[in-house]
Structure formats: structure tokens, C-alpha cells
Design a protein around this ligand. Structure first.
Ligand SMILES: NC(=O)C1=CN([C@@H]2O[C@H](COP(=O)(O)OP(=O)(O)OC[C@H]3O[C@@H](n4cnc5c(N)ncnc54)[C@H](OP(=O)(O)O)[C@@H]3O)[C@@H](O)[C@H]2O)C=CC1
Ligand SMILES: O=C(O)CCC(=O)C(=O)O
Ligand SMILES: [Mg+2]
Length: 740
């Protein structure tokens, strides 16, 4: 790769739309300084296409650009700007396959029940496409997520709305008290490198190999845990009844996308317990239809459509009876009757719980109004932190963005750390027995008793990432003078092993004068919230899951959205991965764009990531031009915030495209005003003048394009020409950029 190259990722949904407007601007600006900005496709559609080259025409094929980026991430020259992409649930995967097939791509159907060898092979290929398959490949480093000073300042000056909390809110978190991963976890630190085998020794004496080979490094921590099917189902049954008694909505919050094996199964149990009467009475029909409740209640609703009218009506009557008997369900879209249990990827815990906290601890009911809610988060490992937040809001009211402190995060993430790397070692257990993890020499490293239907999970975290994470935490604490708290629970088997390492590696660092503590998550949350209410900052140093949860939770409270986060991944090989924001791809925004030509997506995350990427480039290659670009971009971002040029929410106001125009204007002005690089100054002066002179005209062109339905030629696979036309409706702006 040439020296000065930055990779920009082609993704899905709202950030993919935004890219059509923003990338041409960015390419023109960085190109003027000799930096190439290359687009690499990691979208869901792109990944499907790359998986079946032999079935496609040469024109349809694309290479496996995710794999290329995975290789790049392990090299020192890596400089990658990563926008949020879809981590597809099976329903999303199927929808994308259907769209591609309709567009003439000879892509095979996803085989739900693979029986033949050919089907098994197809299913194995799709296993590399669905769920969170992008982030773990690129994240060859630990995570540093925080609100940039200017962004926090902006939120203090222009606080977003927060719902008010009532002291007698009935909302609460419900979790299991036994039989969950937390309660069953065992953990050990591997003494010598080996290839582990995971096997099920059945109560009947038969041994089944679950995974033949898992290479383990010396010094890495491994753990094994089990979610009991019986205990989980009993938990759901009791909580559904309790929600009915208490008169609150029932809701489930899991991460079926990232935890793509375990959490859809958990989701399926919630659905089948909630609709037990329907599922039991019509078991034979549902089986015949191939209904899989792990894909949500929506799968049942879609498949009964194919039944003869009378048979379908009978099931629908029983569904209506179930709704009448059960507590209200939290809704994803009350207008369309889509509930929390319809699609496993509609309610994702990292974003859904903060949204509930922001909305006075309530969720939407079928009546289109907000109601107190029971949030079930079955496993105890992290559920407790949300209950602390709820109790704090009940006692002290909503958090105040004007005065609240900040909780940045240093997250252990590299090399598929912990639960988020466990899907190839997660199994739904076919029969009673014991699952053992064995070293090559036959030594039992870990073992767990299991029953049929239980979920067994093994996780790994390597030693080098832990060392790097501890260093990063100390570095952030030193740079900011802020207390840093390791959120680790000595009662949890895995955390106890991590604590031992943290204590050792902290001794290698200069921690003189720093306030560094280790607290169990519930205590760490209490400590951080007390400080937040006093306006004080606290660095959270966490494992991979809490990294995810906290970097949506705190930003959503502090900034209104996690889109405004600075998300840096210093890659362990020396490169940089710059993630844009800490949230997702905002499917709701796409719908609004298609219906009314208004794109609410805020690209501030992209702006910040680009700034960090340019700074990294400047430092790595000692490149003065890149430094000038970074500094002037920083000025421009400050102006976008100060003059409130971020997208609003409604037609007639500035949207995503308008915010890109203003970024271009302010960036060009800052480049024209600086004196460090005369060539850049001269080059950008005419652009700055042209954009400033035509401000009203460009705004009129951009806003004039709003207010009508937009055809982007697809959802998962956009039509480039149509989308570009829709996202670049200002001829004046386009001409000015082209003239640079
Ligand atoms: N890093 C990654 O690649 C990630 C990918 N995902 C993927 O994203 C999809 C949706 O996930 P979900 O959990 O619903 O989370 P999202 O973050 O996409 O959506 C939740 C809400 O966050 C707000 N939001 C997020 N980003 C922006 C932005 N840039 N500008 C304005 N508002 C924003 C919006 O809230 P509001 O309406 O309240 O303003 C949005 O509706 C899934 O497919 C998931 O797999 C999710 C997380 C991270
Ligand atoms: O990879 C994913 O599925 C989501 C990632 C995520 O939510 C995060 O990193 O905050
Ligand atoms: Mg997240």
C-alpha cells in the first residue's frame, strides 16, 4: 500500500447513505494533501457476494475485502476508518439474500435445517457472514472510547432532552439468581500452549467432539459456563407472571447479533414461554412449517401466512388470546404492531437499555404510550449495572447533561477477547452429560455438567491484550488525571483470573499519584454515578462486554447519542483503527430517508474518526500536510458544533447532507486561513470563497431535495447512481468540490 493511504469502509443503512455524500468531499480534501482514501466493502450484501464468487458473473463478484482489512489490521501501516455495519441476525441475513436474488445474484437460500452435505457447506459459509463478524476481525487492539472535549462542551451548552424520572417508577431489571452463566462459570489460566478439544461426555457414556481444535497460548485465561435451559425457562415464566401482577410491560434485552449463537437461543426461549399456549397447542403445525422461534415471533407470523385461511385464523385467535392473558409487551413499533419479541436484532441491549433510561425508564406499549417496564436480562454477569442506574434515577431524578461528569472507557477487546469471541465455542447441548475442555495431553482444563438444551460457552482472553489494556488504562489515567476503575468482580471465576493479571501488570507501570481501583461492576457503577452527579469524570476500564454496554449508556445520557463518541483502537501492531461513534447503523433513519427524503444521521463520529486518523497518519509518517489537515479539520468540527450545523430531525431543517456542506465550508476556510502550508492555503482559498459565496444557494438545493420519497434502488445493496444522486442533490456544491 502507498505510504499515505487511509481506508474508509463501505457499510450498511444510514452510515452507508451518509458516505455517498461525505466521502467525495473527504477524498477531495485529503487528496489535495497526497493522501489516498480507499473504499473497502464490509457491508452485509458485500460479504454475502464475496462468499459465493463461483456462482456469480465476473461483473457481480467482489473480493473478500474484510479479509484484506483483517490482514492489514495486523500491520503497522494500517489506518482504517470503520463505520458501523450491520451485524446480521438470521432474519436480516435472509432479507439481504432475498434482495440479492431478486437483483439477479445466484446466491443460495440460507438453509435453516441443513441435512445434505451441500446444505451444510452453504450453512458453514454463511456462518462467516452473519452476526458480528466484522468487528472482531478488525479489532486487533483494545478500545479507547470517550467524548472529545469540544463535544462534551457542546452537550453542556445545548443539553438534549432527558425524560423525567418518578420516585415510584415500577421499572426494574430482572435477572436469574441461579443456573446462569455467572453462577456456573469456571476459569483457569493456561500454563502451556496447547490445542484444546471441547467434548461432550454423555451420561450414556458416548463422547461427542464439539470442537476438535482450539489453539491456546500460554498465559491466556479461558473459562467455561452454562446457561441452564430449565432455569432460564422457569425464570421467563416467573417474570412474565410478575410483569402481569405488577402491571408493567415485559421486555427482553440481549445481544443476539454479537452473541450470535447463545442469545438467539435465549431469545427463542423467551418467545416460546411467552406464547406457550400457542406454541404447545399448534406444535405439529409449527414444526411442519419449519418455524424457528430463535428468529423471533415474527418467524411464526410470517410462516403461518402460507397456511389455509381457516387454519391460520385458528392460530391467530390463539395468539390474540395469549396477548390478552399475558402482560403488555414492550414495542419496537407500535404503529406496525412489532413487539420486542418479533425480531432478535430489533432490541439490542447496549442501545436499548440506555434508550429506556433516557425515556424515564419506560418503553413504548401497544397503545403508542410510554410505560414502566420490566427489563429482563437473564444472565447476572452484567445485568446488575442497569438496576443500579435505575435506582439512582429513581432516587435522584434523571441525569443532567448540563452538569454531569463523563465516563470514558478503556476496553479489553483485542484478539476476540472474552464473550464476544466465544461463538465458535458455544453449543446448544444435545443430551445430558459433562462438557470438558481438554489439553492435547488429555489434562482436563475445564469441565461443566450439562443437561440437554443447556447453552455451553467457552471464552478466551490472551495475555498480550491484557497487558496492552492495562498500559492503555494507565496512559489514559495519566494523560487526564482522572481516576480509573477496573470493573471486575472477584466473585466471578473469569474476573478473578483477570484481577490477578491486572494486579501483576499494574506493578510494571508507573502509577504514582494515580487513583486506580478494582471494583465489582455494581460497585463501580455506584462509584461512577456518584461522581457523575458531582460533575466528575471516571475512566471505566472494562472487559469487552461492558465496553460495549457502557459506551452506549454513558454517551446516550451525556450526549444524547453514542454517535458523537471518539472511538479509537490503537492496533497492537502499531496501526490505527478509527471507529466512528459507538452506536449502530440506525435502521430507523433509513426508513425516514426513504419516506421523506430526510437523513437524520449525524456524521460527527465520522468527522472525529477522520481527525484522529489524519493525526495518526501525520505522526506515523511525520507528515506535515496531514497534520495541517487534522488541525484544520478540528477547527471545522468545532464550528459545526458551535454554529449548530448538525442534522436536526425534521424536513425543512438541515440534514446529514447539509452538515457535510458546512464541514466542507469550515474546513476549506480553516485551510485557507492557516499559514503552515502555503500550497494548501492557495489550493483551498478558491473553494472556501466559492462555498461561502454560494451558502444560501447550496442550502436551498439541499433542503429543496427533502420532503419526498427517495428511491435508493435497494436496502442492503444500494444502487450507486440513484443513491449518489439522492445524497448529492446540490449541483453547486458538487461543482465546487470537483473544481478543487
Ligand atoms: N460498531 C458497529 O458496527 C455497530 C453495529 N451495530 C448494528 O447496527 C444496527 C442497529 O443497532 P441498534 O442497536 O438498533 O443501534 P443504533 O445505534 O443503530 O440505533 C439506536 C439509535 O441510536 C441513535 N443513533 C445512532 N447513531 C446515530 C447517528 N450517527 N446519528 C443520529 N442518531 C444515531 C438513534 O437514536 P435516536 O432515534 O434516539 O436519536 C438510533 O435510532 C444493528 O444491525 C447492529 O448490528 C450496532 C452497534 C455497533
Ligand atoms: O459488532 C457488533 O455487533 C456491535 C458492536 C458494538 O455494539 C460496539 O462495539 O459498541
Ligand atoms: Mg455497542
Amino acid at each position: 500500500m502507498p505510504d499515505l493511504e487511509i481506508v474508509w469502509t463501505k457499510v450498511d443503512e444510514a452510515p452507508a447513505l451518509a458516505t455517498y455524500s461525505l466521502l467525495p468531499i473527504v477524498q477531495a480534501f485529503v487528496g489535495a494533501a497526497g493522501v489516498a482514501m480507499t473504499l473497502k466493502d464490509i457491508s452485509l450484501a458485500g460479504r454475502i457476494i464475496a462468499t459465493f464468487p463461483e456462482r456469480l458473473t465476473p461483473a457481480q463478484r467482489i473480493g473478500d475485502e474484510l479479509a484484506e482489512l483483517g490482514t492489514l489490521a495486523a500491520k503497522p501501516e494500517a489506518n482504517i476508518i470503520k463505520l458501523p455495519n450491520i451485524s446480521a441476525s438470521i432474519p436480516q441475513l435472509k432479507a439481504a439474500i432475498k434482495e440479492l436474488q431478486d437483483k439477479g445474484y445466484d446466491i443460495p437460500d440460507y438453509p435453516d435445517n441443513a441435512t445434505t452435505d451441500a446444505e451444510k457447506e452453504i450453512k458453514a459459509r454463511y456462518a462467516k457472514v452473519f452476526g458480528s463478524v466484522v468487528n472482531p476481525v478488525l479489532r486487533e487492539g483494545n478500545s479507547d472510547r470517550r467524548a472529545a472535549a469540544a463535544v462534551k462542551q457542546f452537550a453542556r451548552k445545548h443539553p438534549h432532552k432527558m425524560g423525567t424520572w418518578s420516585a415510584d417508577s415500577k421499572s426494574h431489571v430482572a435477572h436469574m439468581t441461579a443456573g446462569d452463566f455467572y453462577g456456573s462459570e469456571v476459569s483457569t489460566t493456561v500454563a502451556a500452549a496447547t490445542n484444546a478439544r471441547i467434548e461432550l461426555a454423555g451420561a450414556d457414556g458416548a463422547v461427542t467432539v464439539l470442537k476438535a481444535k482450539t489453539p491456546l497460548q500460554a498465559g491466556e485465561i479461558i473459562d467455561a459456563a452454562v446457561m441452564s435451559r430449565k432455569a432460564l425457562r422457569a425464570f421467563f415464566a416467573a417474570q412474565i407472571d410478575d410483569a402481569k401482577t405488577k402491571g408493567v410491560l415485559f421486555s427482553l434485552h440481549v445481544k443476539a447479533t454479537m452473541m450470535k449463537i447463545s442469545d438467539p437461543i435465549i431469545f427463542g426461549h423467551a418467545v416460546s414461554v411467552f406464547f406457550a399456549d400457542v406454541v404447545e397447542k399448534h406444535a405439529a403445525t409449527l414444526k411442519k412449517l419449519g418455524v424457528n422461534l430463535n428468529n423471533g415471533f415474527g418467524d411464526l407470523l410470517a410462516k403461518i401466512e402460507t397456511l389455509p385461511e381457516a387454519e391460520k385464523a385458528a392460530i391467530e385467535a390463539d395468539i390474540a388470546a395469549a396477548y390478552a392473558k399475558r402482560p403488555g409487551l414492550a414495542m419496537v413499533n407500535s404503529d406496525k404492531g412489532i413487539t420486542n419479541l418479533h425480531v432478535p436484532s430489533d432490541v439490542i441491549v447496549d442501545a436499548s437499555m440506555p434508550a429506556m433510561v433516557r425515556d424515564s425508564g419506560r418503553m413504548w406499549g401497544a397503545d403508542g404510550k410510554l410505560h414502566d417496564t420490566k427489563a429482563t436480562i437473564p444472565d447476572r454477569c452484567y445485568a446488575g449495572i442497569y438496576q443500579v442506574v435505575i435506582e439512582d434515577c429513581k432516587a435522584h431524578g434523571a441525569f443532567d447533561p448540563k452538569t454531569m461528569g463523563s465516563v470514558p472507557n478503556v476496553g479489553l477487546m483485542a484478539q476476540k477477547a472474552e464473550e464476544y469471541g466465544s461463538h465458535d465455542k458455544t453449543f446448544e447441548i444435545p443430551r445430558d452429560g459433562t462438557v470438558r475442555v481438554l489439553a492435547e495431553d488429555g489434562t482436563v482444563l475445564l469441565e461443566r455438567p450439562v443437561e440437554a438444551g443447556d447453552i455451553f460457552r467457552m471464552c478466551e482472553v490472551r495475555d498480550a491484550p491484557i497487558q496492552d489494556w492495562v498500559k492503555l488504562a494507565v496512559r489514559r489515567a495519566r494523560l487526564t488525571g482522572t481516576p480509573a476503575v477496573f470493573w471486575l468482580d472477584p466473585q466471578r471465576a473469569h474476573d478473578a483470573q483477570v484481577i490477578a493479571k491486572v494486579e501483576t501488570y499494574l506493578k510494571n507501570e508507573n502509577t504514582a499519584g494515580l487513583d486506580i481501583r478494582i471494583l465489582a461492576p455494581v460497585e463501580a457503577m455506584k462509584f461512577s454515578l456518584e461522581r457523575i452527579r458531582r460533575g466528575e469524570d471516571t475512566i471505566s476500564v472494562t472487559g469487552n462486554v461492558l465496553r460495549d454496554y457502557l459506551t452506549d449508556l454513558f454517551p446516550i445520557m451525556e450526549l444524547g447519542t453514542s454517535a458523537k463518541m471518539l472511538s479509537i483502537v490503537p492496533l497492537m501492531a502499531g496501526g490505527g483503527l478509527f471507529e466512528t461513534g459507538a452506536g449502530g447503523s440506525a435502521p430507523k433513519h433509513v426508513q425516514q430517508f426513504q419516506e421523506e427524503g430526510y437523513l437524520r444521521w449525524d456524521s460527527l463520529g465520522e468527522f472525529l474518526a477522520l481527525g484522529a486518523s489524519l493525526e495518526h497518519l501525520a505522526q506515523t509518517y511525520d507528515n506535515a500536510k496531514a497534520q495541517v489537515l487534522a488541525e484544520t479539520l478540528d477547527t471545522a468540527i468545532g464550528k459545526v458544533l458551535d454554529f449548530n450545523r448538525s442534522p436536526a430531525r425534521k424536513v425543512g431543517q438541515i440534514d446529514n447532507r447539509g452538515s457535510h456542506f458546512y464541514l466542507a465550508l469550515y474546513w476549506a476556510e480553516a485551510l485557507a486561513a492557516q499559514t503552515k502550508d502555503a500550497a494548501l492555503q492557495a489550493r483551498f482559498k478558491p473553494l472556501a470563497e466559492a462555498l461561502a459565496k454560494n451558502e444560501a444557494k447550496i442550502n436551498a438545493e439541499l433542503i429543496g431535495a427533502q420532503g419526498k420519497p427517495v428511491d435508493t434502488g435497494g436496502y442492503y445493496l444500494l444502487d450507486a447512481a440513484k443513491t449518489s444522486a439522492a445524497m448529492r442533490p446540490s449541483a453547486t456544491l458538487n461543482a465546487a468540490i470537483a473544481a478543487l
